[in-house]
Design a protein around this ligand. Sequence first.
Ligand code: ASP
Length: 591
Amino acid sequence: MGETIKDLKRTHLCGEVSKGDNETKVTIMGWVQKRRDHGGVIFTDIRDRSGIIQVVFNPDAGEELFEKADSLRSEYVVAITGEVEPRPEGNINPELPTGEIEIKAEELRVLDAAETPPIQIEDNIDTGEDVRLKYRYLDLRRPKMTKLMGLRHQVTKTTRDFLDQKDFWEIETPILTKSSPEGARDYLVPSRVNQGQFFALPQSPQIFKQLLMVSGMERYFQIARCFRDEDLRANRQPEFTQIDMEMSFVNQEEVMEVTEGLMKELFAVGDIEVPAKIKRMTYQEAIDRFGSDKPDLRFGMELKNLSEVVKDSDFNIFSGTVSSGGQVKGINFKGGADSPRSTIDGFEEYVKMFKAKGLAWMALREDELKSPIAKFLAEEEIEAIKKVMNAEKGDLLLIVADKPSVAAAALGNLRLKIAKENNLIPAEVYKFVWIVDFPLFEYDETEDRLAALHHPFTAPAEADVEKLDSDPASVKSKAYDLVLNGEELGGGSIRINNHKLQEKVFSVLSISEEEQQEKFGYLLEAFDYGTPPHGGIAFGLDRLMMIIGRTDSIRDVIAFPKTQKATSPLTNAPSKVDKKQLQELGISIRS
Ligand code: ASP
């Protein structure tokens, strides 16, 4: 049993004690970071959420106190009273905010003892992540992690304050709900009361936030938990948090303006400057120049279109691709001409992952042009290719001839890979860009039908509405994405606010009338009772926190995250349940 703090009151947080408190008697409470015995003097570092301070126990403070101090071990929880004094010359630790002072202990209470922790409570440990997640409560004691949690609090608080000032109301929407189509698989929850029926956990509050606009709430926001049962790629979590917003009586410009204001304040928490007006780029331009709708603008190596200069070439792979509607495009890896063959072969393997048929290349070496395709090309064609690609001696030109979407994906990704591997991406540079004028639909090859590029509630551009019948693939939308350094921070759109138009879009998406009624009937019906024009946006808070917190794992910014396998080593969830529970739900498990 530990001692109590009954009559004792904490006067300072560890990290708050400062030089100004010299000769003051203070009481701190926290965990023992370390205990060192230096020839009869015991030093301990005491840690709480605010930081660390050194406490000294001198033998002259009394035998009893000294012996107690001697029994301290890492992670014991203690309360200490003593006088603040300057550290003796030579003992000053410039790395520590409290490094010039220490507390001379007069009283020590051990509030709780602790076993030796399975992970070290300090930054830069190399403990495996599974162990860190199993002992997450210890992992969170590490200063880096504690700081990230504090930073997250600051960001959510700033969000609330900013949006409150802009007249948004924070409104909660259900977790036990019906499927909301954001393109992922739903998490389902069986209903006991209505056996054989299921709730879906929301992939986003999309439909509810639109209904709130129909309700006249005007401006809504929520720091909303979303659930998507996807195969987890790096930095995805099955449950994640969005800053979700919706506004009535606005156009695209107004949503973007509020968003820019919010971003400015949120990134300020991480000392990152957001330009007053964020640059815009059309979807098409992003695809053409960077091969991606989330372009990383921190470096060049843009995709160049060579179709024009090779369309009449005798080299059939190039000319044939162009004549059948494809593109010949390339990127210039500056200074890459001397890359070994194995590296270039690696690039080819890589582009094949994006369905490219192959990778042509030209290495402009000091003394020769090395290229397996040069012999098939006329001298003028080679010169024209070099010109379009701004090539000079020392460069490696990498070329893909394929369907436009394949050429874009292959080279867009190769561009990123080369940049990362060759350190071409400058640190601490932040390039924000709005991507606008998205197509409303994209072609889903596996299903052989059009799918919504954002979600099915996105409004088509006014000028394109009549093309919904004649040429739906060419219809542009009123959607916008905010991209930073090649990552999508958030996305949204102006919505359809009309029953007929919504039905039309559903039907282009091959959603049968029956299915429309069954899945979205309640939204369509709501549209019949007076629906304001509205639009909104949602941001991935976790991704935002990774950038602001300058960490490269999404699991670092979530208190209790899941593993890549969507499990929790801490609670062992998901887990089996009792037969009785299953019976109540009317579920039997096939084994
Ligand atoms: N619901 C969308 C999403 O989760 C965002 C939006 O359209 O506001 O990505």
